[in-house]
Design a protein around this ligand. Sequence first.
Ligand code: HEC
Ligand code: HEC
Length: 364
Amino acid sequence: MRKVLIAFPLIALILISCFFAEPVPANPSEKISGIPASRAADSIHSIIEANRTIYSEVIVERLAVTISLKASENWKNENTLPLPAQFLAFSSHMIKEKGLDMDYRLTSLWPINVNNKPKSKFEESALQTVLKDPTKIQTAIISLKGRKVFTAVYPDLAVTEACASCHNKHPNSPKRDFKLGDVMGGIVITFPIDDNGKNAEDPLIAPEVVADYLHAVLESDRTVYSKYIVNRLQNKNIAFASEHWWEENALLLPAQFLLNASDLIIEKQLGFDFKLISLWPINSHNGAANEFERKGLENVVRNPVRPFIVVSKLGGKKYFQALYPDFAVSAACVSCHNTHPKSPKSDFKLNDVMGGIVLTIPVE
Ligand code: HEC
Ligand code: HEC
């Protein structure tokens, strides 16, 4: 992955923030029905995949070459990076701990860990289908413990040489001829749906619920990255986060990790987007761009329990926007912002609301 990535999302974000600078609030009597489950799953998947790709390419592969920092299963004791599969599992686990009923995991027809085998006939045949044609995302509505659950299976690709070579060499791997670009397995995403009989194939999900799912993935990936990668490696003097990560063979800042993901997601043209803003921004482009963002930030600083939401209209299209608090989840967040020469605030504390994540989702 090239350095271009970092400039590109910034331009895209600036364009988008201009675009949304003057959204017109929608008439409250206008009904919004929801977001099709398949598009909700595509959007959730796009965040998981973007962060997985960035972690594998820009952290694992680049740092192995530049500073000989490896990824290994026993990362805690070996002072290495967690495996990409562990990164994904920690993040998914964090979402479950918060009590959200959305779930995702890796699976494969040739798993290193037998627990990652397909869990149903549907998952097995879905893996076989995406293996033949990775564009054929497989979905199904399954009954689980008396509830209807929407399930989608996406291909998981060997995006770096390291994906293939580590699996090919692993003693527990039943397959040893993976190549760059191969479908190595799948990502299974599940969430419950209401059983109201309508839109049986692709039911609509309430926008608040979809926003909560998308935000949960962004927040847990962001937390895993800052706690287990940035904060831990900085404390052990193994690696540091820097704005000039490319030149300095350093870790991306948590904000850069998030923005690089946003770039990969925009390429997918799913129509949703997110950005990181604050009342005390280091980069003045990250201040509140309009009334909704200013009010929303003030609101989540005072009451960081629920997001601040609005439905707006732009060019005849309706958008659901939700602003969630962004917390200082690790000591690294606090110390870097408090000491940064361009930071207008120098007394952040652990767990403070430092800013907000704004999600913008097109609705029907
Ligand atoms: C340094 C070694 C290493 C690298 C690099 C690596 N993996 Fe894995 N991968 C593993 C191990 C070990 C597991 C089993 C983890 C567990 O216990 O669940 C795993 C799990 C998986 C699984 C779940 C099925 C299974 O084999 O248990 C998939 C799918 C997968 N990896 C794909 C990838 C892809 C795609 C990449 C690159 C983005 C990648 N892996 C990079 C070692 C690696
Ligand atoms: C090593 C330094 C560093 C660390 C660690 C760091 N940040 Fe930042 N953060 C920055 C810089 C620099 C920017 C501005 C990036 C840009 O130019 O858009 C930024 C941007 C932000 C923004 C957008 C508003 C602004 O200040 O421009 C928020 C919100 C934010 N960070 C919160 C956090 C949180 C929460 C954490 C921990 C999860 C964190 N930061 C960790 C340096 C850091």
